[in-house]
Every structure is written in structure tokens, then in C-alpha cells.
Design a protein around this ligand. Sequence first.
Ligand code: CAA
Length: 379
Amino acid sequence: MNFDHTKEQLMVRNMVRAFAEKEIKPVAQELDASGEFPWEIIRKMGSLNLMGMTVPQEWSGAGIDDISYMMAIEEIAKVCGSTSVIMAVHNSVCCYPIYKFGTDAQKEQFLRPLAKGQKLGGFALTEPGAGSDAGAVRTSAVLNGDEYVLNGNKIFITSGSEADILVVIVSTDLSKGTKGLSALIVEKGTPGFTYGSIEDKMGVRASATTELVFENCRISKENLLGEEGRGFNLGMATLDASRMGIAAQAVGIAQGALNEAVKYAKEREQFGRPIGKFQAIQWMLAEMATKVSAARFLVHRAAWLKDSGKNFTKESAMAKLYASRIAREVTNDAVQIHGGYGYTKDYAVERFYREAKITEIYEGTSEVQRMVIAREALR
Ligand code: CAA
């Protein structure tokens, strides 16, 4: 067993860390306050090859391994949850399924501009009646000649109002349940495709979580991703791979909060000395650092399994379950160490605390991760 990272992995991490510190950290608080979508940053990330990270170079991606990709998400999340989820969704649930299940023509048309960072990607599964029960999708797509006609609503879609290209899970046969679901590639601007409300959220406030509305929206059958009736499996396989990315995001948020807590514990004086000299604070920091480290190992193991072509369903779910939980706990402790100041918006830990919570919810709640882990364990 080798715990060393490769030169390439460290190079990616250091490059992303420098970029995040210089370009994102200074504006992260402001993005959170305004909720403005960070287009300028996303474009710069495209030019740094961060928007097609694991897509092979043949399709204009960076062609790097999943461990490097996880390290990159962590570095972005360490300074800004909103930017990291936009990046993770684009890479993991839009580029990845198009690469894995798309035809060469679909890759040429959709994947290449996504991987170059010229277009932004999204993924639409959730509906008002289909959250954890993802198989209950009711957005219908009825084949009419060479086109599917879409009707229905999607909710809570990350980058929804901003994404140029979305992988949308629809029902092509409502009578067949999960076996009637299919995946379609839908482009922004298609007639009949409009937006509902943009959510006013607790955290990751700049990621444009949007309702999508389809009213007689016609999509060419050339845009069917994978086989008709296999959309649920495609969605599940996509989420298997993407969940480790949300785990990496959770690790990043927790590490960001821990860094702030360490800095504050050295500076803040009470009872005549820095609070970091008190054992109560030292023990909190020790627990926080151990949890972050353990979560990172789970993320890297899941990514290593994926890179090695092995099954990673359980490990990806485990990484998300654990990393999201400790992100909530670590950010809570970071606020506690900051005392009253930590409860104000003058300190980043207040934002990290709000950002951490969503990692226990999106891309499958912790309860869903337990279902996935238990099913794999009982197999
Ligand atoms: N890979 C491939 N196929 C899979 C699979 C997987 N991991 N898991 C299940 N399937 C297949 C099964 O084999 C079965 O196929 P067959 O009928 O051909 O045998 C079919 O899918 C149905 O499987 P289940 O009966 O196990 O499905 P279920 O209805 O019990 O659901 C679930 C299982 C795990 C709860 C699933 O519904 C789920 O993951 N729910 C959570 C949804 C979710 O994560 N949503 C996140 C939205 S995206 C998001 O948040 C992105 C963002 O913006 C940040």
C-alpha cells in the first residue's frame, strides 16, 4: 500500500490551491451574500482545464485521474462551497455520463465544448414527487416522429438557470416505473424549456438552484443518452461516481473551517493567553483534524477504486455519508471555537457551517447512502 500522491496529483492540487486562494477566496463571502452566479470564476476554471478534469484528452478534457479530481474539488470547497458544487456537478453528473454513455456524435457535439469549459453542464433528476425516491420521476417524454415531447417540472437543479447542456431524466413510459425512465440531453434555449423559481438557500447560495419547466418541449431523439428505458440505471451509475465528489466537497469545507479555527485559536486571547493554549480547544482541534483526515482517506480510496476500474458504489456512498457528517460536526466546532464572532458574517466559519449541511442532502441524503451501503453489504 502506498499513501504517496503522484507528482501529477500534487501538481494539480497545488495549482488549484493557488487559483482558489487568489481568485475565489477574496470573493467567496460576497458571492454568498449576493447569491450571484460566479461566471467569471467558472470561465477561468475552464481555461485551467478544471471543467473536464477526468474527460480524456481526445475529447478535449484534462484526462487526469479521479484522485486528482477529488483533490481539486477539495481545494475549491476549502474556500467556496458554491463554486465547488457548480464544478462538481458539471464534471461528475454532466460530462461523466455523456462520456460514459454517449455516442461519438453526442461527445463531439456536447462533451467537447463542456470539457473545454466553453459550455456549462447540469443534471436534472429531482422532481417535487421524486426526491429520495428517484424512480418516481413523472416528467414525460413522448416520442412523436423524430422528437420526444417533454412535459413536467424538475426542482433543485444546481446551475439550472445557467447551464447550457443538461442531462435530464424523463419517463418515456409511465407504466413501467424505473424501467420506463430514459436520459435526454437538453440544451438551454430549446423552445418549451423555461425556468421557475431560483431557491433562496441556507448555503451554497451562488449555485443557482433552479426549477426547470418543460411544456411541449421538443428534443431530437438523437439526444437520447444510452438506451431508452435505461435512464434510471444511468442516473444511479452516475450518482455512484459523483457522490465521492460531494464527499470531497465536504472534506474541503471541513478543512477550510479547521484552518480558520486553528488560525483563530492562535490569535484570540482570553484569560491572558491564546485560546489554543487551553486543553478544551486543543482537544476540539485534535478531533476535528482526525475526522477530516479519516474522511479524506475514504474519498481517496473510493477514487482509487474508480481509477482502478473496480466497483466503488459502496465506498463512494461511505465516503459521502462520513465526510458530510464530519463536515457538519467540524464546522460546528469551528463556530464554537470562534465564540460570538463565529456567529457573525464577519468570519468565514459561519458560511462553512451553512455550506456543510447540504452535503448531507444533495446527491442522495445520508439515509439514501445508508440504503446503498446496506444493500451492498447484504448482497
Ligand atoms: N447502478 C446501476 N444500476 C442501478 C444502481 C446503480 N448504482 N442501483 C440500482 N440500479 C438499478 C437496479 O439494478 C434496478 O435495475 P433492474 O430493474 O434492471 O434490475 C433498478 O436500478 C432499480 O433499482 P432499485 O430497486 O434498487 O431502486 P430503488 O427505487 O429502490 O432506489 C435508491 C434506490 C438508492 C434509493 C435511489 O432511488 C437513489 O439513489 N435515490 C436518491 C436519489 C439522489 O441521489 N438524488 C440526487 C439528485 S442529483 C443532485 O443532487 C445533483 C445536484 O444538483 C448536486
